[in-house]
Design a protein around this ligand. Structure first.
Ligand code: CA
Length: 219
């Protein structure tokens, strides 16, 4: 899902239409407060499109907040009303990944969205210390003695390090649609997985809990 934060209804409609036509799911918000609320819900968006001038504040403030929190790796494209060099520099300094000045063509925006999502997906493999060898995982050279479900969880987290995975997403990915699994099932297996990782490499604690959001693997 792509979160679009834009208070100009005409621009928002055009952008949402262009993205949906390309198969993206879009949530549109016009207020910073609404976007903040959406960002605290799971699952987090894959990408944020952020207007700078908003009725209840400055879009770049949200950018700065994001970079200091659990969604710091969320790809962000900033939209600015003028081709103002200051906005561009500030946007990129505050952690935006890309920048577009209005007016822009929706097709250009869709191309940037695709490029950014591709980059975000291609970036991860940096999980130093982990080696996946068929159904075995080694951490710092030590083979981990994992159950099938722990292995499923760990390899899923390793596929996208630093990304926050909601409990629902982990349930879907590892357990499939078996009815008796709940959020607590995920927590229980994360707990035993953590203990095994700690045993193999006591100084590391690579699985991070993000309250209300889920888990990530921080190499
Ligand atoms: Ca605006």
């Amino acid at each position: 899902m792509i979160l679009l934060l834009e208070d100009d209804p005409a621009i928002a409609d055009t952008v949402a239409f262009a993205l949906r036509r390309e198969g993206f799911e879009v949530e549109h918000r016009a207020w910073l407060a609404e976007a903040r609320e959406q960002l605290h819900r799971a699952p987090p968006p894959q990408l944020l499109i952020l207007d700078i001038g908003l009725p209840d504040g400055h879009g770049l403030d949200l950018c700065r907040e994001l970079r200091a929190g659990p969604l710091r790796h969320l790809p962000v494209i900033v939209l600015s009303a003028r081709s103002d060099e200051m906005d561009r520099v500030l946007g990129l300094e505050l952690g935006a990944d890309d920048y577009l000045a209005k007016p822009f063509s929706p097709r250009e925006l869709v191309a940037r969205v695709r490029a950014l999502l591709r980059r975000a997906q291609a970036a991860p493999p940096a999980a130093p210390g982990f080696v996946v060898d068929g159904t075995r995982v080694l951490l710092d050279g030590v083979a981990l003695n994992l159950t099938k479900l722990e292995l499923g969880l760990l390899t899923h987290l390793l596929r996208a390090p630093r990304r926050i995975h909601s409990r629902d997403a982990l349930l879907d990915a590892v357990w499939g649609s078996s009815a008796e699994s709940t959020d607590r099932t995920v927590d229980t297996h994360i707990k035993t997985l953590r203990a095994k990782l700690r045993e193999a490499a006591p100084a590391r604690d690579p699985i991070k809990t993000h309250r209300g959001l889920g888990y990530s693997l921080e190499p």
